[in-house]
Design a protein around this ligand. Structure first.
Ligand code: MTE
Length: 362
């Protein structure tokens, strides 16, 4: 185990702030991701909060502002558990960088996606206890980790619309896979917003504010937005581009590994697909000829409405260099776009183009 008790073969994009993803094979075929393999995405130093001193403020457009300790959260609200996949908006950015460089952004592979069983209380219950007012349209989250990547430098934050905040799957969590929520994943408490980009699942949560407008935090107002290809990201200001929230349909091949040397003949191909928000994966196709013809993979149902779905197929791998391609369809009938070139954007978010790997068969 290396830093933050992660597996030794984590792909560490940055030590400080810590940004790391597991090798794709570590995610293959597992409904939930072990804590040692779960990706970690940070914008600043990881805070060390004393759980006894920690308090959560709930304020803004509420009739009864609250200040809650962990003991109060645990004792005064009904406990809830949700199995949910987190996916970073920068997941699979490497595919966009292959089209055109994206300076200053990490080349995440498909491993900025992981699934855990989260335990805590429903955000909706806390908002109802506080007396959420009808004028509230957004629920903002604040954390103490200060990021120098923001302009100006500021603590991390973000928001979600009230309709999402009131969903039963949105939790204030203190446990992950049945263990205390590790510090690196937001302990003592984080919000988990299933089906939305990971950026909204704010870690080390200290304040929830009900308000009319979305958060003006840098990571909501300026970052995590899809800018037009010709835009200069350094000059982007609040409100520019498309704000990311609900995740787009995506899939990735997890095994075999990119560049693997395999025996020709029947070969098992597996991966994940994630429909995003309240959609489901309806079909996954796999091709050995760049998409001229496809074979349907078996898709598992997932652990619940908020998780990825693993898929599997066995195909007859020919001798030589083989490109394996996968694409998913969702329950609305939408399919993934073919090319990352059509999706390229200056910050490298939301690459959901077809997944491709190259292997060599002998
Ligand atoms: N919360 C805080 N306070 N600071 C952060 O840097 N990163 C966000 C989100 N919550 C972040 C945060 C992003 S972009 C993602 S993808 C997820 O946390 C990653 O969660 P993880 O590190 O537990 O995998």
């Amino acid at each position: 185990m290396s830093v933050w008790e992660k597996r030794d073969d984590m792909v560490v994009h940055e030590e400080e702030p810590f940004n790391a993803e597991p090798p794709p094979g570590a995610l293959a075929g597992r409904a939930t991701t072990g804590l040692e393999s779960f990706y970690s995405r940070n914008h600043g130093p990881i805070p060390d909060l004393d759980p006894d001193q920690w308090r959560l403020r709930v304020d803004g457009l509420v009739d009864r502002p609250l200040e809650l300790s962990l003991t109060q959260l645990r004792g005064e609200f009904e406990e809830a558990e949700v199995t949910a996949t987190l996916q970073c908006a920068g997941n699979r950015r490497a595919g966009l960088i292959a089209v055109r460089d994206i300076p200053g952004e990490d080349p995440w592979g498909p491993g900025a996606t992981s699934t855990a069983l989260w335990g805590g209380v429903r955000l909706a219950d806390v908002l109802l206890r506080a007396g959420l007012q009808a004028a509230a349209r957004h629920v903002a989250f604040a954390a103490p980790d200060i990021s120098d990547l923001a302009d100006p430098s500021q603590p991390y934050g973000g928001s979600i619309p009230v309709h999402k905040a009131m969903e039963a799957g949105v939790l204030l969590t203190w446990s992950m896979n049945g263990q205390h929520l590790p510090r690196v994943h937001g302990g003592p408490l984080r919000v988990v917003v299933p089906g939305w980009i990971g950026a909204r699942s704010v870690k080390w949560l200290t304040r929830i504010t009900a308000q009319e407008q979305p958060s003006d935090n840098y990571f909501q107002a300026t970052a995590y937005r899809v800018l037009p290809a010709e835009a200069d990201p350094v000059r982007a200001g609040p409100g520019d581009g498309i704000s990311l929230g609900s995740l787009a349909l995506n899939c990735a091949i997890l095994a075999p590994a990119e560049g693997a040397v395999l025996p020709s003949g029947p070969g098992r191909i597996t991966g994940y697909a994630l429909a995003g928000d309240d959609r489901r994966v309806a079909r996954v196709d796999v091709s050995l000829n760049g998409g001229r013809s496809w074979v349907q993979a078996d898709v598992d149902p997932g652990e619940g409405p908020w998780t990825w779905q693993h898929w599997y197929t066995t195909l007859d791998l020919p001798t030589g260099d083989v490109e394996i391609t996968a694409r998913a369809w969702d329950s609305t009938g939408a399919a993934q776009p073919e090319s990352p070139a059509h999706l390229w954007n200056p910050k490298g978010y939301a690459n959901n183009s077809w997944s491709r790997i190259k292997v060599s068969c002998r």
